[in-house]
Write a protein that binds this ligand. Structure first.
Ligand SMILES: Cc1ncc(COP(=O)(O)O)c(C=O)c1O
Length: 378
């Protein structure tokens, strides 16, 4: 018998209750029954985003919300500052370029986070930037950016701060209104414990002026249409009814646990994973690590593509390898969403087993012991 576990940084494991909610018989999206679900889901998402603004739900993966952010705020020829320290920072820059922006990329070594000083310098360099694009939790490297500190700079300027919080929402606190973030995006298959297929976006009051005047072409991802529809508690196009029903259940579970407890659980899982990896003699890629995924440098001579394949095919435990130039050189343990303390021990045990079988020498069980000490004390 083989049981399958997913410790990937999205998609993530989905609770059975959520899958059952998704399988409920179809209802029409233009009905009071669906509108009531949409209203509740939207109000609950607002808690996760830390905002009193509406959160729009789009049928699409997280990138659809990133594209909506750029298409609605960046006009051709305008300037965009993008912090590029991984695959998803790169995505912001590519999107801004696709919409005809003049991109100033602040290139970071992968694993490093943008500092306040670097952000200050970029704003001084491009004072007329329309947008500043950041990745709160860079999933490809496991590096966390202090968006609160950078928002303290941008909110004193006319530059809008666009934040990819795709692996931050429901994992790290995101306080959109309190910190002064202008556009925040996320996706369903991460902290929300959902299958892929939904993207979320919220915008600040001051962003609407820019959105109205933006000259970039948009249709499906037009935020003005989403706002108009949501004012009538509906969606501009056919809503992904089943996914929104699943989301309703997932958010109900998150609220039941309590958002602060959810953040604390992710912090504990992350701390335990870091302690385990250090105990087996490995180092983390990120200087300032996130709580949803831990990126670990492979020991010399171990190809992480082989390691992750072995874990998935032989043990039924899926983790992620590295992307781009880090392919084969790092492995990433996802611990976001529907992951308990006991689940995490399965991941650590499987990593230890793979490392051992691939010839890395360390004391068996040392990672597990370190993780257990963090999780359960003693
Ligand atoms: C930080 C971050 N940004 C953007 C994305 C892209 O989201 P999607 O693949 O859902 O379009 C991901 C997905 O892995 C992500 O982790």
């Amino acid at each position: 018998m083989k049981k399958h576990y997913m410790f990937t940084p999205g998609p993530t494991m989905v609770p059975a209750e959520v899958l059952m909610a998704q399988a409920a018989p179809m209802i029409h999206h233009r009905t009071p029954q669906f509108s009531a679900i949409l209203r509740e889901v939207t109000d609950w998402l607002k808690e996760l985003f830390g905002t009193g603004q509406e959160v729009f739900t789009i049928a699409g993966s997280g990138t659809a919300a990133m594209e909506a952010a750029v298409a609605n705020t960046c006009s051709p020829g305008e300037k965009a500052i993008c912090a590029v320290g991984g695959k998803f920072g790169e995505r912001w820059a590519e999107l801004c370029e696709a919409f005809g922006c003049d991109v100033k990329a602040v290139q970071l070594e992968w694993g490093k986070s943008l500092t306040v000083e670097q952000a200050k310098a970029a704003l001084a360099d491009v004072p007329d930037a329309r947008v500043f694009c950041l990745t709160q939790s860079e999933t490809s490297t496991g590096a966390l950016t202090d968006v609160e500190a950078i928002a303290a700079l941008t909110r004193r300027t006319d530059t809008l701060l666009l934040v990819d919080a795709i692996t931050a929402v429901g994992i790290h606190p995101v306080r959109m209104d309190g910190w002064g973030l202008d556009v925040v995006v996320s996706g369903s298959q991460k902290g929300c414990m959902m299958p892929p297929g939904l993207a979320f976006i919220a915008v600040s009051p001051r962003s609407w002026e820019v959105i109205e005047q933006c000259t970039s072409p948009r249709y499906y991802l037009d935020l003005r249409a989403m706002r108009e529809s949501l004012a009538k508690t509906t969606t501009p196009f056919t809503a992904p009814v089943s996914l929104i029903r699943a989301l309703h259940k997932a958010l109900e579970m998150i609220r039941e646990e309590g958002l602060e407890n959810v953040y604390a659980r992710h912090a504990r899982l992350a701390e335990a994973t870091r302690a385990a990896m250090k105990a087996v003699g490995l180092t983390l890629l990120a200087d300032s690590p996130v709580n949803g995924v831990t990126a670990v440098r492979a020991p010399a001579g171990i190809d992480t593509d082989e390691m992750t394949r072995k874990m998935r095919d032989d043990y039924g435990v899926t983790i992620a390898g590295g992307q781009a130039h880090l392919k084969g050189r790092i492995f990433r343990i996802g611990h976001m969403g529907y992951v308990s303390e006991d689940d995490l021990l399965v991941a650590i045990a499987a990593v230890e087993r793979a490392l051992k079988e691939l010839g890395y020498e360390f004391q068996s069980g040392s990672g597990l012991a370190a993780a257990q000490a963090v999780l359960f004390g003693g």
